[in-house]
Design a protein around this ligand. Structure first.
Ligand SMILES: *[C@@H]1O[C@H](CO)[C@@H](O)[C@H](O)[C@H]1NC(C)=O
Ligand SMILES: *[C@@H]1O[C@H](CO)[C@@H](O)[C@H](O)[C@H]1NC(C)=O
Length: 543
């Protein structure tokens, strides 16, 4: 039995490698899914990598050789980069032709040149535009897809309402120049199939923003890019810092082509100020998720992919506002199986807002760019890196997984009749019945609450006490069951990672307590083979 399993796993492992190495580009859309040429779902699991700050040099080149950095992106289970660039790189010849070395000197960073020389000597005398291309080449060699993101016009940190880069007609945002820059970039990379998408403009905002101009220029920009490279996906950002697409309820985008349009949205904890820290996490999560579904999430049901192209947290785990938000957004991304790009990849910046060598605590990498800043964060997002639903995945294998965002793990069976947390992609397949019983597919076993502060277990009395699980609270992220004397308990994870049931915590009002250990999401999933293999491939390369 074991040998047979090993054989099957090994077989599928190689099968997966074969598939991954023959990703059939270009991409297109099939309703709300992004698919490859074979019609198979491709889930974008990306990092943002910054190239739009004052130096207009991709961050990290003073820390590690570019190939080491790009290889690490795929080793960590990401399949793409949202690669930022300032418009002027494409439209200002004297900027684009400046060398990397000159750019460091101009910025007062002569000190950093020896580190650049040591790690990436070939970059010193490249022009800024050629250096940008060289990074794309390196990503391509590692089969990492690239989404070119026009982040702003004038190089520098983004974004504020009054920085002159916010909306068509602003000081640095001439629509005609923008269209010509987009066309140039699309043309420059048109022969590289790994450049799969262009995000036309990041976070539209400011006093000039309005829906009429949004349609006028976004449609023109989309047509211009499509004309230059008809293969790539066109990604459009919403108003008000990429939050608001409500206007699309009244009027769709009108384009001469189909199957290429994707919308992107951004969601951080600070999007809602300090609401997470100061409010009750269930109430805030429920309220904010509903708000987001109304502003951008509705696009999924209109048949468009929604790319969560910026989200992220302070990875030191010290920001309470971020920590509470993180559990909520992880559940939301998993539940909707969204495409996404984490903010951000860089562990440091050469120069940001006047600070040399600024550390980026939202950055996945540490300050030396040698390793991840926080490996438990990677564990928590690993299930989000795999496609769970969509075209090409087996309909026959439809099931549920029970995801616990605060650990990134899922509920699985353990001997004898017990349950534990484990890798989501290797966890059991569950069915959620109309009677709200959670049953392991193909078995008689269902999840049962045994009592207050007792381990949850499997039972074969699936209509019995403690076997009906209802999502409760505003967040709907607590799974509650009723015991004798109609007392309720919630599924929970104790400090030793045991799955137990306990008194339901902070369901409303109380802003002091954090219910994260009791937050679970019953998530739709389909094919076991593709996803299971992806996890093996990741496990393999991480070890
Ligand atoms: C073009 O770039 C150069 C070099 O950075 C800069 O001095 C100049 O002001 C830029 N021109 C425009 C129109 O932005
Ligand atoms: C990683 O994040 C967790 C919170 O998610 C935190 O408790 C831990 O201290 C962090 N580790 C490091 C090394 O920053």
């Amino acid at each position: 039995m074991r040998n047979k399993l090993l054989f099957i796993n090994t077989f599928f492992f190689f099968f997966f490698l074969l598939r991954a190495s023959s990703l059939s580009l270009p991409l297109s859309t099939n309703s709300r899914w992004i698919v490859d040429q074979d019609g198979q779902r491709v889930k974008l699991a990306c990092v943002n990598w910054v190239s739009h700050l004052e130096l207009v040099v991709t961050e990290g080149l003073t820390k590690q050789p570019v190939d080491v950095i790009t290889k690490k992106i795929s080793d960590l289970g990401f399949n793409c980069v949202r690669f930022t660039w300032p418009l002027f790189l494409a439209t200002n010849e004297s900027l684009a032709s400046q060398t990397v070395q000159q750019s460091f000197l101009n910025a007062g960073l002569a000190d950093s040149i020896p580190d650049l020389q040591a790690n990436n000597p070939s970059f010193l005398d490249l022009s800024l535009i050629n250096a940008f291309q060289a990074v794309v080449e390196s990503l391509t060699e590692n089969k990492v897809m690239v989404i070119l993101d026009n982040h702003l016009s004038k190089p520098g940190w983004c974004c504020s309402n009054s920085d002159g880069n916010g909306f068509f007609g602003d000081q640095y945002f001439d629509p005609e120049l923008w269209i010509s820059g987009l066309t140039k970039m699309a043309t420059l990379f048109k022969d590289n199939p790994y450049v799969v998408a262009m995000s036309l403009r990041n976070e539209l905002r400011g006093p000039r923003q309005n829906a009429n101009d949004w349609y006028r220029y976004m449609q023109r920009g989309a047509e211009a890019v499509h004309g230059a490279n008809p293969n790539i996906l066109i990604i459009l950002s919403g108003l008000n810092f990429d939050k608001d697409f409500k206007f699309l309820n009244n009027q769709p985008v009108s384009l001469t082509f189909t199957g290429k349009l994707v919308f992107e949205m951004h969601w951080y904890a600070f999007t809602d100020g300090e609401a997470w820290k100061n409010g009750n996490p269930n109430e805030v999560c429920g309220k904010v998720t509903n708000y987001i579904m109304g502003m951008s999430g509705f696009l999924l049901s209109k048949g468009f992919p929604l790319f969560v192209s910026e989200w992220g947290v302070d990875l030191r785990g010290t920001n309470e506002n971020d920590n509470r938000y993180l559990n909520c957004i992880l559940a939301w991304i998993a539940d909707n199986d969204l495409d996404w790009a984490l903010w951000t990849w860089a562990g440091t910046y050469y120069l940001r807002q006047g600070v040399k060598g600024m550390v980026e605590y939202y950055g996945l990498l540490n300050s030396d760019w040698t390793d991840v800043r926080n490996s438990s964060f990677l564990d928590r997002i690993s299930v989000l890196q795999s496609p769970l639903q969509g075209p090409g995945l087996s309909e026959r294998n439809k099931h549920k997984i029970i995801y616990h965002p605060s650990t990134g793990l899922c509920i699985q069976r353990k001997p004898v009749m017990g349950v534990q947390l484990g890798n989501c992609l290797e966890s059991n397949h569950w069915t959620y019945t109309p009677e709200k019983s959670l049953t392991i597919k193909g078995s008689y076993f269902c999840l049962q609450a045994q009592g207050l502060n007792s381990p949850a277990r499997l039972s074969i009395q699936c209509a019995g006490m403690g076997t009906s699980w209802t999502p409760i609270s505003d967040s709907k992220l607590h799974l509650s069951a009723t015991l004798r004397k109609s007392s309720n308990v919630c599924l929970d994870v104790d400090s030793n990672n045991n799955v137990i049931t306990s008194k339901c915590k902070c369901l409303s009002k109380d802003s002091k307590c954090d219910p994260e250990s009791q937050w679970f999401k019953i998530v739709d999933a389909t094919d076991v083979i593709t996803t299971g293999l992806q996890s093996q491939a990741q496990g393999h390369s991480l070890s």
